[in-house]
Design a protein around this ligand. Sequence first.
Ligand code: COA
Length: 405
Amino acid sequence: VGQSTQASTQNASASEEPLLHDASSRLVTTQSVELFPEQAPLLLESGATLAPVEVAYETYGTLNTEGSNAILVCHALTGDAHAAGISLSGRTKGKAGWWQGLIGSGKAFDAEKYFVVCSNFLGSCYGTTGPTSENPKTRKPYRLQFPQMTVRDMVRVQRKLLSYLGVRQLVTISGGSLGGMQVLEWALMYPEMVRSIIPVATASRHSAWCIGLNEASRLAIFDDPEWKGGDYDTQPAKGLALARLIAIISYRSRISFENRFGRHQSAPQSHQIWTQLSGENGELFDVQQYLRYQGKKLVDRFDAATYIYITRAMDLHDVSRGRGELGDVLGGIKARTLCVGINSDVLYPAEEQKEIASLIPHAEYREIDSLHGHDAFLIEFDQLNRLIGDFLAEVESHTHIGLSR
Ligand code: COA
């Protein structure tokens, strides 16, 4: 497997980079590979084809000779391949990965033991081919010429990446939200590769509630005059910020906002958020400042057309599409399963996770106790480490996973 199995990590202690703030963290670089050449393009669910497909990914740890100690983690809507360690380059330079609390030495996804892979999914804007990539036919960004991808298409690309890396078996696959949708699809599309799955705060098919919220976000973008039917020169900032603002509210809970912000009106922070966009200068409640800041932050790092494509892919997500009744489809999953819910999640509520667990034969349900709502899957690392660590210990005791190097 040669070069492809080399972890994209360096030992932090060997470096004097001023980036480090956690001695146990490793420095990582996002890698890139071109898959699906012209002669063997990616065939999407829609029937469209794409070639070539660039894939951005990171790995942590070392793949064993059998290719059987791998774990795949899947990111959510605006996430990226930088799941752990401290990034050495690009947009994420100096930043810890989004699941830094779970991946690494002594953590649930222990990089001393497992080979952990995270890739930016198809259709995103962080290094993998998507609407911001150059269309080889026009030499311009695809934008709305990009074919609508689905969660299944994302998984197909991940499967190709894992072959390239020499991975034969996955000890587990995990992810929250849209990440969890990929997890469920993996168990159905490539069951022979998957020993266990850990879907977190997700959906087996997107609910009317979630589709409605995504629709509000998309309309905010479409209504921005800068959108220009998708042919924008400058980002439709107001629309994208408003889309994020709507989403951010749904990621939290009433009580978390109440506890955190109440009716406080602090003096405006250094980040004089969005006044240049809204023209409004009056005193703002803290919650307003927070939401505007989050909106602005996304505008600075994301792309409006990409937001449209990914939210559509989420809305299209339905594991039963073309496969039969939902119960029969989930009932066909053979992998041992840990479904994780969050008791304050209003987007993908605990009840929905319990239902998924009840329909998968070898599934157990565990709950994160948190006030943070849906975002708890990015915050409550102590609880997640405990739940996932226990589950993986059980998976290892029931299956003979070759973890030797
Ligand atoms: N006014 C303005 N800004 C404020 C603020 C206020 N009253 N209170 C906090 N902030 C800013 C902080 O300065 C900080 O800025 P920075 O990110 O530039 O450092 C930021 O808000 C912190 O965000 P917060 O939500 O408070 O972080 P958290 O620790 O509670 O949550 C994450 C951690 C990872 C969940 C959160 O940072 C994040 O990324 N949220 C994105 C939500 C998301 O995409 N979820 C996935 C759903 S699928």
